[in-house]
Design a protein around this ligand. Structure first.
Ligand SMILES: *Cc1c(COP(=O)(O)O)cnc(C)c1O
Length: 384
């Protein structure tokens, strides 16, 4: 059957009908009071989502552009930075730092394992000259399904006193508790096609007062991504450049939906989706790629033995129109990833696991009793 696509990749994520309808409207002028009013509410609700009183700025970029803006506005050529690297995205921030001539120290861990806060503590404590200007952490490493212990790493950054903490929160914001002010996070970047439940095209950056101080002396070149321009415009409920008007109108809708659900419920739902997915995968005797103690609430990576991941993905797509994500780089065809971020319900996981059981059976995998994945998921869903 056609036209029944179910996106279970970690972005773009599914979009609720109310947001699709908002996208279908005629664009309105972005220099009108009608648009300003929408933007004002969007900005207020972004602050609510980030649990912050500081600035949350909206840019017409994908998530990478948001993180890049979060780096280049606060640093100068040659600045020493530490970058946590345990997957595709951590590696990307190393590359961005190098592209801008920063003195990047990569704090590397094998893909699938979490970053070790003790290593950051050691490096930060040893830096008595306060030369480390920033620490960049990917909170939820989407390529592996690992949630890094940002709270602990950030404590060590705070103890250092000088370094800014820059967070790629692209698949943790809106899925996991990330209290920007309570934790004192300086820069938090995210993207619209993940937890925000709208299509790709917008990036978001929150900026602390300490980061704005650093902005004053930062010398890396910038123009379109100069966050000072966005700060000034946002204060007047406008934008420095033409925004994707319809995406903002759709975001206005999904932020209201999120507020209605409430932060606690949103986090609890993602926790439940993660637990059910992981229980089901174990019920199917398939190995999970990340440990329980560092599992992302947004994405579960599975490392099947003896069956190619891409065969599972292509049959899931063909037979059930369910899109799963594959592995990247050396994990290509070695893992598949089930996204459960954003507009995802318990029912979606049940459909996905039942379809996976059929798919595995058709591919000749017999190391499970039919129904055992579903039974494990049902157990999680009926307990919570
Ligand atoms: C999706 C994602 C990004 C941003 O990717 P874009 O393709 O630029 O939107 C950054 N970090 C993580 C962890 C992501 O999952």
């Amino acid at each position: 059957m056609n036209d029944k696509l179910m996106l279970m990749i970690p972005g773009p994520t599914p979009v609720p009908e109310a947001a699709l309808l908002a996208l279908a409207k005629h664009p309105i002028g972005h220099r009108t009071s009608e648009f300003s009013n929408i933007l004002a509410e969007v900005t207020e609700n972004l602050k609510w989502l980030h649990q912050t009183q500081t600035d949350v700025l909206t840019l017409n970029v994908s998530g990478t552009g948001a993180v890049e803006a979060g780096i280049i506005n606060f640093l100068s050529p040659g600045d020493r930075i530490l970058v946590g690297s345990n997957g595709k995205f951590g590696e990307r921030w190393v590359e961005v730092g190098q592209a801008y001539g920063l003195n990047v120290e990569e704090v590397k861990v094998e893909w699938g394992k979490p970053l070790d806060p003790a290593v950051f503590a050691e490096k930060l404590q040893a830096d008595t000259q306060k030369q480390i200007k920033a620490v960049i952490i990917t909170h939820s490493e989407t390529s592996t399904g690992v949630l890094n212990d940002l709270e602990s790493i950030n404590r060590h950054v705070k103890a250092h006193g000088e370094a800014l903490i820059i967070v790629d929160a692209v698949t943790s914001l809106g899925a996991f508790n990330l209290p920007v002010d309570a934790w004192g996070l300086d820069i938090v970047a995210s993207g619209s096609q993940k937890g925000y439940m709208i299509p790709p095209g917008l990036g978001f950056v929150s900026v602390s007062p300490k980061a704005w101080e650093a902005y004053k002396t930062a010398k890396l070149p910038k123009y379109y991504l100069d966050l000072g321009k966005y700060r000034k415009a946002t204060a007047k409920n406008t934008t420095p450049f033409t925004p994707p008007v319809n995406l903002i109108v759709a975001l206005h809708t999904t932020l209201r939906i999120m507020k209605e659900e409430g932060l606690e419920s949103i986090f609890a739902r993602h926790e439940r989706l993660k637990n059910a997915t992981r229980a089901a995968i174990q019920g199917l005797n398939l190995p999970l790629f990340a440990a329980d103690s560092s599992a992302s609430p947004a994405i579960t990576a599975v490392a099947p033995q003896g069956i190619e991941s891409d065969k599972i993905r292509s049959l899931m797509k063909k037979r059930f129109d369910i899109a799963l994500a594959g592995g990247q780089d050396h994990l290509s065809n070695k893992i598949f990833r089930i996204g459960h971020l954003g507009f995802v319900s318990d029912r979606d996981i049940l459909s996905c696991i039942a379809s996976l059981e059929v798919t595995l059976t058709e591919l000749g995998y017999e190391d499970f009793t039919p129904g055992s994945g579903i039974a494990a998921a049902v157990k999680v869903f009926s307990q919570s």
